[in-house]
Design a protein around this ligand. Structure first.
Ligand SMILES: [Zn+2]
Length: 254
């Protein structure tokens, strides 16, 4: 399996990160992309990936942190993106659910990173929550040639269709296992083409296990199992296809 999004720089892992990574490898998670949400995260993530051959990281500024974003950071970000272990640009996007940064700050931060996207070829890792219309209108105003994923998709069928029409990839988390909140998402699972579906934990958030609060990459299997059962497929088929899709998405075939 490939956990395409895990926040391993989070302080939830500061005491036992090595064992968390070790256990996830044992549980069949062969590769992990550590998501970053500001420049400090990028530096921390880079350090972690230096110790592990199969760990990679993203370079981006999360909409929650947009209030701290400065356009001059783009230079630093583009330097980081030269590292072969930095496999995508993100997280970036819009989150009007909690509005930790104002809408204006979020849009500026998102637009700036999309302009950086034009000069690189690495794929884009996007975050959207309660901002579907604005998110699409920003994206539709920009031209870029690389692949794009809407990570932690939690929307409805019509939102899904908007993304699939644009050829975006879709990232599915443990949200799909959430009895209360996952209802709409479960209805979408059958409508995602096999070659566009990727899986992720978004650790330490969104634990698929009710009794365990801190999510870890080793629980990615729960997401694979849930997706497989909703699609009435073999677990192995989802594990294999999502892994292959991830290699394609991140350009990791050699
Ligand atoms: Zn996110």
């Amino acid at each position: 399996m490939f956990d395409i999004g895990a926040n391993l720089t989070s302080n939830h892992f500061s005491d036992d990160l090595d064992s968390v990574i070790g256990e996830s490898l044992e549980a069949g998670v062969k590769k992990i992309c550590i998501t970053s949400s500001n420049l400090q995260d990028v530096r921390n993530a880079k350090k972690i990936t230096e110790k592990y051959e199969n760990l990679y990281y993203s370079v981006g500024f999360h909409p929650h942190n947009a209030k701290d974003f400065k356009v001059e950071f783009l230079k630093d970000m583009s330097v980081h993106l030269n590292d072969p272990k930095a496999i995508c640009l993100g997280e970036m996007g819009l989150d009007f659910n909690r509005n930790f940064s104002s809408k204006e700050e979020q849009i500026l931060c998102f637009e700036s990173q999309l302009s950086l996207a034009k000069s690189i070829s690495k794929p884009l890792f996007l975050h959207q929550r309660d901002a579907h219309e604005e998110f699409l209108s920003v994206l539709d105003n920009h031209k870029f040639n690389q692949k794009l994923i809407v990570h932690c998709f939690t929307g409805n069928l019509s939102e899904l269709e908007d993304y699939l029409k644009r050829d975006f990839y879709i990232g599915i988390t443990g949200w799909v296992c959430d009895l209360k909140r996952g209802e709409e998402l479960r209805e979408c699972i059958n409508h995602i083409p096999q070659d566009k579906l990727l899986i992720e934990t978004d650790s330490p958030y969104l634990s698929p296990r009710k009794k365990i609060r801190r999510n870890e990459p080793k629980f990615l299997i729960d997401v694979a199992e849930k997706v497989a059962s909703l699609r009435q497929e073999e677990k192995e088929s989802i594990i294999n296809s999502s892994y292959e899709n991830s290699l394609d998405f991140f350009n990791l075939r050699r």
